[in-house]
Ligand binder design. Structure first.
Ligand code: PMT
Length: 694
């Protein structure tokens, strides 16, 4: 409802088309707009103020002063009040006065004071419309930024045929809606809505389900579509029609099906609203035939279903929003707040079955919208109106997101890599080949789409690949050390935190100038790009882990598989000889179950710790302090301890900075004790934390 609550000034002038103003007022009011009619004196010859006042529900303004008591109508206030002004019909005379600034009536003075966009729908005879003077005036008004709604061609009041007939009221309303739609924060946004119940089959004729009708979710989907969003509605078994023609609907039955579809769809969405009532359990087994009645009691064993909201919450990117519902019967608000946190939601819509008229199947609902900073309780309303409240809150948060992520340039790239080639060790040989190689490698990394996601420019991970060439022979083979470092942006700030730092020695490659740099997972023999792909996936996987616990598995698995394939190729691959801790062991150890605390720590440290720290220094630091126990837990799983050591090494400066002159004595002591145990070689740095003033 783009016009819902919009304040419209409708200027009516003296034209035979003035009768259409009555219809226009009705349509605007029906769309939820507040309409204030302003008439020129001659307009009253064509339609009575009483008609327009009755239809708009507001007194018509026409004169500067009320003759009865001398009070005056404020055109300035109207100019500030309105969200838009429409002049329909607009005669040649009024158009001329508007273009020339001749403020001899209330309509033109209101126009000159108008702060809101102005729409002009001319209505006149064809020759008057075609006259250069009218056209020039319209050009002038257009140049002032006013919107001209071109008249239609057809039979005119003069019985002549041609262009000059005021555009039909419903088309004027559509144009106004389009205008506000273009302004809508939901325009073009991709939204995922889940709705309805899920059915969990017991046998071919029975299921476990619930009373959800889908009405709430369908109302939200409709509202989003009306506001220009690109909506995907994932619906459980409901008896409702798709509420808007632009909505893409996917019907599912079980929680698992809903989860599969939602997970896939969410990756390409800007936000999701999860209003479905998802069954938390399903029968562990489904009987193939109808279960027959017996005299005995019957037990059905249940297995847990996936928690869709929590799954999406884990993979959520900083630019995405996730909205959940909480349907409660007791302890409503405390439970809702718990779900908000546990499922990593941006806000939650609480409805309680304790409230009459709220919840399942009814046409009304009573909700409280809760996020980390606010709580708004709404009265009982119909579900369409509740949907408007929810969408209004979503839009507010989307705007905040938009502001945080501007400017956004999205293309097929997620890594911002720089490549450095250090050839100082092979001086005297022809190093030109490396100049070509450097450009090729940079292009390969930056132009490749490593994930299915579209990342905003400032969300991308910066990384540096430095090759130090140890030896080179004319057949194109060379041995080098590769140093890889990646930094991830801290949410909502310009600060970047080191994500990964690793040095890989004794790598053998073969490269002839202008060899095509292609990555082919099936052929990793002596393949330079396979090694780069390995590190790219490793970095992306770790970054995803930092966005949601263990969320990077998909990419880390790819890295692991590349490493495994290359390992199998033996010396002809890009294996690193007998290095004790090489890239194979790094990925294996990071993915190993024993390293799970470290993987979960990536999320806690970056997302909850650093991201919070920039809003709340003490709160963020305390979360990072709690990460130290996870680090210790991973460290205690020797012989994998070196990965935790690696972590403390690349985070060293950051950690020292976090605790220098900050935090309590006990807190610092505990942190330093763990760090010193894990990485005694950095004792000086850890000491400096304890020595720093409180
Ligand atoms: O469909 P109607 O008849 O109009 O009724 C509307 C409604 C009452 C179903 C709706 O307003 C509502 O409250 N929906 C959420 C119902 C619910 O399952 O609440 P919950 O508190 O159990 O779940 C919390 C959140 O986690 C919800 O967003 C839910 O979609 C989600 N969830 C729950 C379980 C699960 N396995 N996966 C989930 O994603």
């Amino acid at each position: 409802m783009q016009l819902q609550g919009k304040k419209i000034v409708l200027g009516v002038t003296g034209s035979i088309a003035a009768y259409k103003a009555a219809l226009l007022v009705r349509l605007l009011v029906k769309e939820g707009a507040e309409v204030q009619v302003v008439m020129t004196p001659s307009a009253k010859e064509f339609i009575t103020p009483l008609t327009l006042a009755t239809l708009s529900g507001r007194g018509v303004v026409s004169e500067f002063f009320h003759s009865a008591d001398g009070t005056w109508n404020s055109h300035v206030e109207l100019g500030l009040w309105a969200d838009a002004m429409i002049v329909a019909p607009a005669t040649a005379a009024t158009i001329g006065k508007m273009a020339g600034g001749i403020a001899d009536n209330m309509l033109v003075t209101t126009y000159l004071s108008m702060k809101a966009p102005v729409f002009i729908a001319p209505a006149m005879d064809l020759d008057m419309f075609a006259h250069p003077s009218t056209q020039r005036n319209l050009d002038i008004l257009h140049s002032y930024g006013n919107h001209i709604i071109e008249p239609a061609a057809g039979e005119l009041a003069s019985h002549l045929c041609g262009k000059g007939r005021m555009e039909e009221p419903h088309i004027i309303v559509e144009k106004l809606k389009d205008f506000f739609l273009a302004d809508s924060p939901l325009k073009g946004k991709r939204l995922l809505i889940t709705a309805g119940p899920t059915y969990e089959k017991i046998d071919p004729v029975r299921f476990i389900g619930n009373y959800s009708s889908g009405k709430m979710g369908f109302a939200i989907a409709r509202e989003c579509a009306l506001q220009g969003a690109d909506v995907t509605l994932v619906a459980g078994p409901v008896a409702l029609k798709t509420p808007h023609s632009s909505i893409r609907r996917i019907d599912v039955e079980s929680a698992q099906e809903m989860c599969d579809v939602a997970t896939e769809e969410f990756a390409r969405c800007d936000a999701a609203v999860l209003s479905a009532a998802v069954a938390d359990y399903r029968p562990s087994e489904q009987a193939v035939q109808k279960i027959k009645r017996t005299a005995d009691n019957m037990r059905i064993e249940l297995s847990p279903n996936p928690d869709i909201a929590a799954t999406l919450g884990k993979s959520k990117r900083p630019s995405q929003l996730l909205v959940g519902f909480a349907l409660e019967t007791d302890n409503a608000e405390a439970n809702a707040r718990l779900k908000l946190q546990k499922k990593n939601l941006d806000f939650i819509v609480l409805n309680s079955l304790q409230d009459e008229g709220a919840g399942f199947a009814v046409d009304t609902n009573k909700v409280t919208i809760i996020d980390n900073d606010s709580r708004v309780e709404y009265p009982l309303k119909n579900k369409a109106a509740v949907a408007r409240d929810i969408v209004a809150h979503l839009k507010k948060l989307l705007l905040v997101c938009l502001m945080m992520f501007l400017p956004s340039f999205v293309d097929a790239q997620e890594l911002n890599a720089t490549v450095t080639l250090n050839t100082s060790k092979i001086q005297g040989t022809n190093t030109e080949v490396f100049t070509v190689l450097k450009d090729g490698v940079t292009e390969f990394i930056n132009n490749r789409k490593w994930t299915q996601y579209e990342f905003e420019e400032h969300e991308r991970i910066s990384c540096n690949f430095t090759f130090v060439v140890d030896s080179y022979s004319d057949d194109g083979s060379f041995v080098c050390t590769l140093m890889v470092q990646a930094t991830r942006p801290v949410f909502g700030t310009t600060y970047s935190s080191v994500l990964f730092k690793y040095e890989d020695k004794g790598i053998r490659f073969k490269y002839q100038p202008y060899d095509r740099l292609e990555f082919n997972e099936d052929n990793l023999d002596n393949n330079l790009t396979a090694l780069i792909a390995f590190y790219a996936y490793m970095i992306i996987g770790m970054d995803f882990d930092s966005m949601g616990e263990l969320a990077g598995s998909e990419y880390l698995n790819k890295a692991q598989s590349i490493a495994g394939n290359a390992q199998n190729l033996g010396d002809s691959g890009w294996r690193a000889g007998s290095n004790e801790n090489n890239r194979y062991t790094v990925i294996d150890d990071y993915m190993n179950g024993a390293m799970e605390p470290l993987r979960r720590l990536m999320y806690r440290y970056h997302r909850l710790g650093l991201d919070t720290m920039f809003k709340n220094a003490d709160g963020g630091r305390k979360i990072i302090t709690s990460c130290m126990d996870m680090l210790k837990e991973a460290y205690d799983n020797r012989p994998l301890a070196y990965v935790t050591k690696l972590f403390t090494e690349y985070k060293q400066d950051e950690i020292v900075n976090i605790y220098s002159n900050k935090g309590g004595a006990e807190e610092k002591k505990a942190v330093v004790r763990i760090l010193s145990e894990i990485n005694p070689s950095q004792m000086d740095a850890w000491d400096s934390i304890e020595k720093s003033a409180l």
